[in-house]
Write a protein that binds this ligand. Structure first.
Ligand SMILES: Nc1ncnc2c1ncn2[C@@H]1O[C@H](COP(=O)(O)OP(=O)(O)O)[C@@H](O)[C@H]1O
Ligand SMILES: [Mg+2]
Length: 336
């Protein structure tokens, strides 16, 4: 468990002081993947660098399993740093070392003996699916393969936290997938807590359990992705759910109109037809669609209902755990 409390950090920029972090609070459960998103300049990298103990915050605390890392120095600080593996922003491999040689670096620095080192490097190359590239040099690898080697290197010393700053920013969609798969495996197979900094909501869509949205050095939204998508007003819902095209004519042809967010196989598959048959109402899908967040199917539909018991049907859908937001119907907003 990582908690960040009231973290502040300012820099002296060319045109005066810049408050990169303005009191950031966060908590991340062990074994989850947190996506830190936000526009350029929001403070994402500064936050990541502070959590990695590469940068000292001006104030605040960073607790990993209760210990405040900001207060540490000397040997204790170095030990704490080993608990945090970092995949730096950009291309960070040493050009004159092979893939295996790059992965071995932190192990050499930690004084791990040759045979154990080779065993560990082999495990890590297997984890990132690049066993056959052990003897290749970075220039002989694709961008995605280089990033996977950087992840393997960050995991070499068996950290409990893995931090990746824009790990997919320079990659095409296909290669992005292979890097995200590796981050997901680190969590699933090693139980590592992953913080991934990204400006790409596609990364959140594919691997993140939790999300923190940063703007101007502040967390403006933070929580479980699957909770936030059910909140119609959230930024997470706005950027991850299928859009609902406005169709006033279709809306006004129904007694009730609502936007419904359904999360999980059972809800997506069965809730709406069951509501229609239980309450004897006609229920039509007027817009929206289906998507997938990591392994979970999620839908946002605009539904139109006809029948005397339309209100009861909507209430039942809501009681069954779906987020239901009624919309005023048609161009005149004729709410019945
Ligand atoms: N070393 C630095 N010196 C001066 N200003 C910095 C430094 N690092 C970051 N900043 C400033 O802090 C703000 C946040 O930067 P950063 O954390 O890199 O944002 P992000 O990663 O979200 O794009 C920006 O205004 C940036 O210019
Ligand atoms: Mg950045």
């Amino acid at each position: 468990m990582i908690t960040v409390e009231n973290l502040t950090k300012s820099f002296v920029g060319a045109s005066g002081p810049v408050n990169a972090l303005n009191g950031v609070d966060l908590n991340v459960q062990a074994g989850t993947v947190l996506g830190v998103v936000g526009p350029s300049g929001a403070g994402k990298s500064t936050l990541a660098r502070c959590v990695a103990l590469l940068e000292r915050p001006d104030s605040g605390a960073i607790r990993v399993d209760g210990t405040d890392l900001v207060s540490l120095g000397g040997t204790a600080l170095r030990a704490a740093r080993r608990q945090i593996g970092v995949v730096p922003q950009g291309d960070s491999l040493l050009r004159q070392r092979t893939a295996a040689g790059n992965v071995a670096l932190p192990l050499e620095a930690a004084g791990v003996a040759g045979p154990q080192r080779r065993t560990r490097v082999a495990e890590l190359l297997d984890l990132v699916g690049l066993t056959d590239k052990a003897d290749s040099y970075p220039d002989q690898l694709s961008g995605g393969q280089r990033q996977r080697i950087a992840v393997a290197r960050a995991l070499a010393a068996s950290p409990s936290v893995l931090l990746a700053d824009e790990p997919t920013s320079a990659l095409d969609p296909e290669t992005t997938g292979s890097v995200l798969t590796v981050l997901d495996r680190a969590r699933a197979e090693l139980g590592v807590t992953v913080l991934v900094v990204t400006h790409d909501m596609g990364v959140v869509r594919r691997i993140c359990d939790d999300i923190a949205v940063l703007e101007q050095g502040r967390v403006v939204e933070h929580g479980k992705v699957l909770d936030l998508v059910a909140d119609a007003g959230s930024r997470t819902a706005a950027s991850l759910l299928p859009a609902v095209d406005q169709n006033p004519a279709a809306d006004s042809a129904h007694d009730r109109v609502a936007d419904v967010v359904l999360v999980g196989f059972a809800a997506v598959g069965a809730l709406l037809p069951e509501a229609a048959s239980r309450f004897g109402v006609e229920l039509n899908l007027l817009g929206g669609g289906l998507t997938r967040l990591a392994e979970t199917p999620v839908a946002r539909f605009r539904v139109g209902l006809r029948g005397d018991r339309a209100d009861s049907a909507l209430e039942w859908i809501s009681d069954a755990g779906a987020a239901v937001q009624r919309t005023p119907k048609g161009p005149q907003g004729v709410a019945a």
